[in-house]
Design a protein around this ligand. Sequence first.
Ligand SMILES: Cc1cc2nc3c(=O)[nH]c(=O)nc-3n(C[C@H](O)[C@H](O)[C@H](O)COP(=O)(O)O)c2cc1C
Length: 330
Amino acid sequence: MNLETRYLGLTLKNPVVVGASPFCDNIDTARRLEEAGAAAIVMHSLFEEQIDLEQQALMHHLETPAESNYEATSYFPHYDDYHLTPGNYLRTIERLKSSLGIPVIASLNGRRPGGWVDYARRIESAGADALELNTYQLATDPSLSGEDVEGDILQIVRSVTETINIPVSVKLSPYHASLTHFAKLLDEHGAGGLVLFNRFYQPDFDIDQMDVVPRLKLSYSSELLLRLRWLSILSPTIRGSLACSGGVHTPEDFIKALLAGAHAVQLVSVLLESGPRAIPLLLDGLRGWMHDHEHEDLSTVRGALNLKRCPDPAAHERANYIKILQSWKI
Ligand SMILES: Cc1cc2nc3c(=O)[nH]c(=O)nc-3n(C[C@H](O)[C@H](O)[C@H](O)COP(=O)(O)O)c2cc1C
């Protein structure tokens, strides 16, 4: 049975990719994930703020200007609080590349075009096989339009893809007025693939302390449905690769993501909960299902329920929304 897939121009032995997370900050953990069957890994993100801090620290050291805005971003983590400094990040890429046989995908995370984008060049030189760009952005400024936000993302993608030769994917938010149009623009700006979706960590209210508190909750399978819909819609039209990120916990989730059109399926929460043994469970589940449904090759599974190929395309569209709302009888 052939589980091979092409993702971002890379040939992967199967579609399991370890999603961006601290897993691969540690070489032994990364090796255990590879041994369990992971076909590629995405590293923890290196953040625009981190790179800016490093550059500011360097300037501070060189010039020590009285009006330095070194403190201006103090609500962000301090320099030492990030898992990896930019220098360590590059060294970790080199160490992962020399220890693993599977592709290593680096991750850069930023929201505005700027000098940090040049780091892509150093990531490529360190040996990364591909780069995932995470453009997590929360537009709290009312003067910023959707067009401004998307324009910034497109500019980041263009400057990175013009700078480096390794493939670049973009990890997207689901909140765009026309995701299909934006996906087309990303494709035209050089993105080799899309990762659906970024997961927004919602702060909660502490009503005793009267404060807003950060909460990191792992995902549930129910979060997969949003991914299934958009993978299905984009799968017939997008030229590049598609990765599913968010809500894959069981073999059924894994199979559904592939049927929707994912070339690769990224895992984080399930690995944090169950460890590397989750990977063979998902792969065995896929093999069993392919055997029962007489699929010898993953290429016949991928996208089999996407918008163009599913028996009832209206199920993905507005017609279904109307039908569902009309179906509830009291
Ligand atoms: C502890 C933790 C750290 C993460 N770090 C990053 C990161 O550095 N960059 C990024 O793009 N996503 C990061 N993510 C998000 C994951 O890559 C993934 O998109 C999200 O967890 C949804 O996938 P899941 O349902 O398999 O967990 C992180 C998630 C967790 C739980």
